[in-house]
Design a protein around this ligand. Sequence first.
Ligand code: CIR
Length: 261
Amino acid sequence: MNPCIFNRAIVRPPSASCVHGLRARDVGAPDFATFVNQHDRYKAALRDQGLEIAELQALEAFPDSVFVEDVALCLPQGAVLLRPGTPSRAGEVKASRDDLARIYADRLHSLQEGHIDGGDIMLTDRELIIGLSSRTNRLGAGALEQIISPWGYRICCAPTPKGVLHFKSDSSYLGDNAVLCTPRLAATGVFDGYDVIETPSGEVGAANALRINDVVFIPSGYPETQRVLSNRGYAVETIDISEAAKLDGGLSCMSLRAFQP
Ligand code: CIR
């Protein structure tokens, strides 16, 4: 099944508490009103690609809960509630359980041990890559493998470069064996055998792109990446995510995409 084809997405709007969200480097708190507007435009962009959006309630108790990708993995066969690797986000899973159960019913599973943030999971046409990071460990990867290998997924673990939050902070799968990634991640060899498009100089922030159906979304402000991708024949659209970026969030983090036959 093509991993870039989606017909549904789950999103959670930012809460006013987002100003207290985690960040590796403090470049100032996000502006809540701007974040809400940008989130609205993000949803509209997904809808324009034909996705049906399920919008969950904002969670004031969890400043990072807008980054809904980190709490679950959604696959056509079912969904898995993950175990985010930072204590302040652990409770987001419990807060999401009922919502996901409404959608997935008895196809909802839970990781039982270890840790995985969804931002460390990349599904390609040939494998499901789990980036080991400060949030994701081998114990979690092994537990996930037990749940999803019966569904036919081949799993492999790969390093996430030091100082990079998530594997997908530095990479995105573009479909047809092509990957957009930073030179530092490409240098690990994880994408040997893929058609690798490296982010141009000064544009590592564009690596977390989002291929949805016929479009590749990239964050605003990366003209060279836009040019490179357009020249390769991709239909590229930009989305302004300046406020999410202040909390190390990217395009993929703000939705759980799924294909439900
Ligand atoms: C965090 O540190 O958990 C949030 N401030 C950012 C999470 C971004 N999520 C993602 O890349 N999947």
